[in-house]
Design a protein around this ligand. Sequence first.
Ligand SMILES: [Zn+2]
Length: 151
Amino acid sequence: MKFLCDAMLAHVGKRLRSAGYDTTIDRGQLADRELLEIANREDRYFLTCDREIKHHKASEHVVYLPSNDELVWAKYLTNELGVDWTYAPFTRCLECNTTLRQAGPEERLRAPENLRQEGKRALYCETCDKVYWDGSHVERMIRHLEHLKDL
Ligand SMILES: [Zn+2]
């Protein structure tokens, strides 16, 4: 299951990425028609809060998410599309959607001393050249995903 989010739903897209789903997030530059084309071509659910697109009904891929309320959209994605919020947490870069890999010895050297000594897990995004450390931020993110699953 793959997704495409319009710019207004970037926050939803980030959650889906954090849960491990392949999610493209529009930056507000593409026309509706282009977004629909991407959704069809790449077989992605196109999540949008744009009423015009909903009425367009040009594609069975379009999912209209009119609410910014996390309780509403998270529940909808769980119940209607079968999103599993604990599918593969912390496996994709939140910024660019690239699949993360284990950080190598050189990348690990960039970490603060205390994290390295604790032997924390580190993951690396080749596209952003960014290292993600298994720390309190990641733990919070995973707890939040578990919370979404229980809504
Ligand atoms: Zn990245």
